[in-house]
Design a protein around this ligand. Structure first.
Ligand SMILES: NC(=O)c1ccc[n+]([C@@H]2O[C@H](COP(=O)([O-])OP(=O)(O)OC[C@H]3O[C@@H](n4cnc5c(N)ncnc54)[C@H](OP(=O)(O)O)[C@@H]3O)[C@@H](O)[C@H]2O)c1
Length: 367
């Protein structure tokens, strides 16, 4: 049989739906010519899930959601949502088949094992969204084969944020154990940013830049920052679905490609505003315990000295594409401006003008 005839039969076997679908194109220009896949998303209605769902639908795939029905439950009325709690009720997933599962709501290793074990006979591929927090140390650059965090007591049943990274590391391992490494993909993002980011961390910076005036900034303009645009993560995830790429990948912008000075520069550019930055060194920031108040920044000494040194090489080689961070800031702020005044007032990170002025005065008294 000729290749063309075989291709034709393959295409028509995929059915009328497939025939009417436009070809999807991934971020690196790769045309998807395959049959539509059936994708199960565990937790598709939070921050990153909806971007993945929309990208999958845009490329012509079918998506089923699994969640408790508590978060943004009117987002995808046209999709099947299986209601359940991954902690204790997976019955809706029993006896169902999908091509691939994208697990973006796994925090407890027991829950992840339960879903992976139940789905292993019924899905071909399991994609687990982990984090660079899964690495044992951020005091050295993070490569995919760097040591992972250990969980001292794997019998724990309560989630604890201080164990987030170790729980992710164990969760990664259990997916591999249940599915087999050759059917498992682990994605380890740095800070995920962009429209819909409910953590308000990266958002602090452009929001603060828009206020103008003298602005307290940590470290120096050269201070490295690593993020990934949620849409770039979504694109790469769906590429991974389509290409059946397995293994572990850090998902982020390349090491050294962005810094705090550029956050300010890009924010000022897209917001058409100017600030007068006052750079306070790491020591001052630590001494004033501002680590939490000035989000996404980590001092370049000590335990987090390489928190912005996760290698993106492997994912880039596998087709990940990163848009300019300026575009992320532009779209993030467009989304932010759609939110209510109350939501703005209750942003998770904000510093009063008085507090900022006090800190600047304190810093300047030392220099
Ligand atoms: N944000 C970052 O910068 C960052 C960085 C690295 C890695 N990550 C990883 O990215 C992933 C996604 O984060 P996200 O903020 O988009 O989502 P999320 O808030 O972790 O998850 C929300 C989604 O999961 C569902 N869900 C939550 N608990 C559930 C449960 N017990 N049973 C069933 N469904 C449940 C929610 O729906 P219902 O409430 O309706 O159940 C919703 O659809 C996480 O795995 C996180 O570790 C995030």
């Amino acid at each position: 049989m000729s290749t063309n005839r075989r291709q034709f039969i393959k295409a028509t076997a995929a059915g009328a739906v497939a025939a009417s679908l436009p070809l999807g194109a991934s971020a690196d220009g790769h045309e998807s010519e395959q049959r539509p896949l059936e994708i199960l998303v565990l937790g598709g209605t939070g921050f990153i899930g909806p971007h993945m769902v929309r990208e999958a639908l845009r490329r012509g795939h079918g998506v089923t959601l699994f969640n408790r029905g508590r978060t943004n439950n009117t987002l995808f009325p046209d999709l099947e949502t299986i209601i359940g709690d991954r902690a204790d009720n997976l019955t809706g997933l029993e006896g169902r088949k999908w091509d691939v599962v994208v697990d973006n709501s796994g925090y407890m290793h027991h829950d992840v094992r339960a879903s992976a074990r139940l789905l292993a006979p019924n899905v071909e591929h399991y994609i687990f969204i982990s984090s660079i927090s899964a690495y044992e140390s951020m005091a050295a650059p993070m490569y995919e084969d760097s040591p992972l965090a250990a969980l001292e007591d794997e019998s724990i049943t309560e989630f604890d944020w201080s164990l987030y990274g170790a729980l992710k590391a164990v969760s990664e391992r259990v997916v591999g154990e249940e599915m087999g490494e050759d059917r498992t993909t682990i994605l380890r993002p740095t800070y995920i940013v962009g429209p819909g980011d409910h953590t308000d961390r990266f958002t602090y910076w452009p929001v603060r830049v828009r206020q103008g005036g003298r602005m307290l900034c940590p470290g120096s303009p050269e201070h490295p920052i690593q993020v990934i645009d949620v849409r770039d993560l979504a694109n790469f995830t769906i590429d991974t679905v389509e290409r059946r790429t397995t293994g572990a990948f850090n998902t982020t912008i390349p090491i050294g490609s962005y810094n705090m000075g550029q956050v300010l520069e890009d924010s000022q550019a897209v917001l058409a505003t100017t600030v007068d930055p006052v750079w306070a060194n790491d020591e001052f920031v630590m001494q004033q315990q501002l680590m939490g108040a000035l989000p996404i920044y980590h001092p370049i000494t000590g335990d987090y000295s390489h928190a912005s040194s996760a290698s993106a090489e492997r994912a880039l080689a596998a087709g990940m594409h990163n848009r300019p961070v300026r575009e992320t800031i532009r779209d993030l702020m467009t989304w932010w401006d759609t939110l209510s005044e109350e939501r703005h007032a209750n942003a998770r990170f904000r510093m009063t003008a008085e507090r900022e002025a006090e800190l600047i005065a304190e810093w300047e008294s030392l220099t």
